[in-house]
Design a protein around this ligand. Structure first.
Ligand code: DX5
Ligand code: ZN
Length: 224
């Protein structure tokens, strides 16, 4: 089945002192991935709603907010309200049924995403995912950019692809962590639709060229 890969540069690897310029450098991408970390769910702290709102105001492309925070049910709708296209919460952080968060995020006007860490089984969420629009399969432990891609997670991407292709789920399958020119083909072959790339885009001399190269590789791997 032909799929059009989407590239989502992660702002985590950008220069935080020049956010507006850094956003403008990736205008050719499909989504801008924004990592929200609270120093509790993950051992790192990034930015929150006021900064995301400022980014939303200048971004030429839709925001893909990845919330690595505790109590996501409390905070996720706020990111949808400010205009994010997709708001993803971690399954492991939800205290109640994640479907409640999906409902609230959708009601606030965004796509609802569910993220799972490398060690979290997909089977546990196959039913719940029927109420979500995107599934984020982490291919590193969440918290930091620049980590090595975990190929052992790819069976979950394959399983998710199968669930979508057989009509059991209607989600975009997103991969996040260690995606670069060497790994994107494997993730694309396994069935991912959306490719988050932080260091591979912002670490390049020319982010626009890096995005085009990643897209070309994912397209070639998907076409087969
Ligand atoms: C990690 C974040 C990622 C990160 C990816 O917890 O969720 O989005 O920015 O960075 P790279 O692409 O460098 O692995
Ligand atoms: Zn992320």
């Amino acid at each position: 089945m032909a799929r059009t890969p989407m590239i989502a540069p992660s702002l985590l690897s950008a220069d935080f002192a020049r956010l507006a310029e850094e956003v403008a450098r990736v205008a050719d991408a499909d989504w801008l991935h924004v990592d929200v970390m609270d120093a509790h769910f993950v051992p790192n702290l990034t930015l929150g709603r006021p900064v995301v709102e400022a980014i939303q105001a200048v971004s030429p492309i839709p925001l893909d907010c990845h919330l690595m925070i505790e109590a996501p049910e409390r905070w996720a709708p706020g990111y949808a309200e400010l205009g994010a296209r997709n708001v993803t919460v971690h399954a492991e952080a939800c205290t109640g049924d994640p479907r409640g968060v999906a409902r609230d995020v959708r009601a606030a006007g965004a796509l609802a995403g569910l993220a799972i860490k490398p060690g979290t089984p997909l089977e546990d969420y196959e039913d719940v995912l029927r109420d979500f629009d995107t599934l984020l399969v982490m291919t590193v432990e969440p918290g930091f950019g620049g980590q090595a891609f975990m190929a052992e997670v790819l069976p979950k991407v394959r399983r998710a692809r199968e669930l979508v292709d057989t009509g059991h789920l209607q989600v975009l399958v997103e991969v996040d962590g260690g995606i670069n020119a060497d790994t994107i083909e494997r993730a694309a072959e396994a069935g991912a639709d959306v490719f988050v790339a932080g260091s591979a885009v912002y670490g390049a001399d020319d982010p626009a060229r890096a995005i085009a190269a990643l897209r070309a590789r994912a397209t070639a791997a998907t076409a087969g």
